[in-house]
Design a protein around this ligand. Structure first.
Ligand code: BES
Ligand code: MN
Ligand code: ZN
Length: 495
């Protein structure tokens, strides 16, 4: 899934660019907005822009985008002022503001052919942030109803960055943006079109011609392999479950990381049926699997020297005469038994199978990612994801997320809550205390990772934006987690 947008750098005077839209940053320091970046602008051009800022009441807040006919000393047709906020010390926060400023501008410029951005890029890393934000904001659901065309060519004005460094950063930004967009596309696909078998087929197609090898276990193979979680959750659907394994094995790898993604292509709740409202966004219940697929593909495209195995646990959770019942007892791969007291707590069942399969290969660490609990949204909302698990891996994930510009917050796994899943009928029940429901789900998963260092990412809220678009986040699938996983893998490649 190579991007269609052309991305290049320029060291020209922004005033002299014959472009459809020239994007300029406006910072806001102690209430006074001022032009940021665009250092090469001459006095006359600068005065014209300052006049526009004053007359239009531009504040410089992040996310604020103001379009003005350019004219005067600017050769561009349109002048676009995008807020970069108040200056901040922390470089990661500063870069994320640049991403958002660039993304907000591009999202507002859909339908434009050629956009030039003059934002404050002090170094190669902030250039990448601007490139990423611009590309993220320029997303359009490829298979959707045709909305405005995305911008065809994006030009970044970066006089301070060496061309060689810039090229590398742009290539990386493109790889990451393609991965994020690939994950968004999968989430956005309607669930009648994306089901376990078709998801697996798309994974096979996407990996074709790459260094990623794909194997797909079908329903019969899953049954034979003792994958009772995938079978149990999938048995209510006319469309059977699949387990997809993606292997990337570069020659110089020193570490092996396994990634496991929840891929419920639609979560009706099963016989523990969800209310209608609760089902509306449940096509997004495969966002973890989408993130894993595209993180593995990105690792291969970037040639990261780390071995990666991705596992996509794919099933559709439906009620029917063949569906699993509340109180069924199932056997997860490896032999542990689970009493399924609530068929809507299905994600942990398919994840248990996949976590066992992942750990069987003896990876150095396993990271799972899932739209696992509504409780995640109660705890952290729609823009902050949770990470639980072994302290070292959890800490690495939080740090990687910070570098990547995503928000992941550490949460505990209190041993005390484990007893709430005790049952005389099996090794564990699939539900426990309602309070701390996200942590209970994490504790459930912990039973299936053995001694392998592990982190669990709950992205239930952040995976899907059912509100208005904001900066580079469109409506619908967000692609959350992709950047953090790729950054994690990049970090693992270095140690
Ligand atoms: N897929 C849902 C979690 C979810 C809810 C994701 C809202 C995104 C938005 C999951 O399978 C689920 O239904 N969890 C239940 C678990 C409960 C029955 C213990 C929940 O959170 O209500
Ligand atoms: Mn559910
Ligand atoms: Zn679910």
């Amino acid at each position: 899934m190579e991007g269609v947008t052309e991305l290049k750098i320029s060291t020209k005077d922004p005033a002299r660019l014959a472009t459809d839209a020239l994007v300029i940053g406006v910072a806001c320091e102690s209430g006074a907005p001022r032009i940021e970046g665009a250092d090469a602008l001459g006095k006359g051009a600068r005065a014209g822009i300052e006049r526009a800022i004053t007359l239009l009441g531009v504040t410089g807040e992040v996310g604020e985008v103001t379009k003005v006919p350019a004219g005067g000393e600017l050769k561009a047709d349109l002048l676009v002022l995008t807020g970069t906020g108040a200056p901040v010390e922390d470089p990661e926060t500063a870069r994320e503001r640049l991403r958002r400023a660039a993304g907000a501008a591009l999202a507002a410029l859909a339908g434009t052919a050629h956009v030039s951005l003059a934002l404050p890029v002090a170094d190669a890393e902030s250039l990448r942030a601007v490139a990423e934000g611009a590309l993220f904001g320029n997303y359009r659901f490829a298979e959707g109803k045709k909305a405005k065309e995305p911008v065809k060519a994006i030009e970044l004005i970066a006089p301070g960055v060496r061309t060689k460094d810039a090229k590398g950063e742009l290539a990386r930004a493109e790889a990451i943006a393609d991965a994020v967009h690939g994950a968004r596309d999968l989430v956005n696909l309607a669930p009648n079109l994306l089901f376990p078998e078709s998801f697996a087929a798309r994974a096979v197609a996407a990996a074709k011609g790459t260094a990623v090898k794909v194997t797909v276990l079908d329903e019969a193979e899953l049954r034979a392999g003792g994958f009772g979680g995938l079978i149990g959750v999938g048995q209510g659907s006319a469309r059977g479950p699949r387990l997809v394994k993606l292997s990337y094995r570069p020659a110089r790898a020193r570490r092996h990381i396994a990634l496991v993604g929840k891929g419920i292509t639609f979560d009706s709740g099963g016989l523990s049926l969800k209310p209608a409202k609760g089902m509306e966004t449940m096509k997004n219940d495969m966002a973890g699997a989408a993130a894993v697929l595209h993180a593995v593909l990105a690792a291969a495209r970037l040639g990261l020297p780390v071995a990666v195995t991705g596992w996509l646990a794919l099933a559709e959770n439906m009620p029917s005469g063949s569906a699993q019942r509340p109180s069924d007892v199932i056997t997860i791969r490896g032999g542990k038994t689970v009493e399924v007291l609530n068929t809507d707590a299905e994600g942990r069942l398919v994840m248990a199978d996949a976590l066992v399969a992942a750990t069987e290969e003896g990876p150095d660490a396993v990271i799972d990612i899932a739209t696992l609990t509504g409780a995640q949204m109660v705890a952290l909302g729609n823009q902050v994801s949770a990470v639980m698990g072994s302290e070292d891996v959890r800490t690495d994930v939080v740090a990687a997320a910070g570098r990547a510009g995503e928000q992941f917050w550490p949460m505990p796994l209190p041993d005390e809550l484990r007893a709430s899943m005790n049952t005389p009928m099996a090794d564990i029940a699939n539900i426990g205390d309602r309070f701390g429901g996200m942590l209970v789900a994490g504790l459930f998963l912990r039973e299936f990772v053995g001694e392998t260092p592990w982190a669990h990412l709950d992205i239930a809220g952040p995976a899907f934006n059912d509100g208005a678009p904001r900066h580079y986040v469109p409506k619908g699938g967000t692609g959350v987690g992709v950047r953090t996983l790729v950054e994690m893998l990049s970090g693992s490649a270095q140690t």
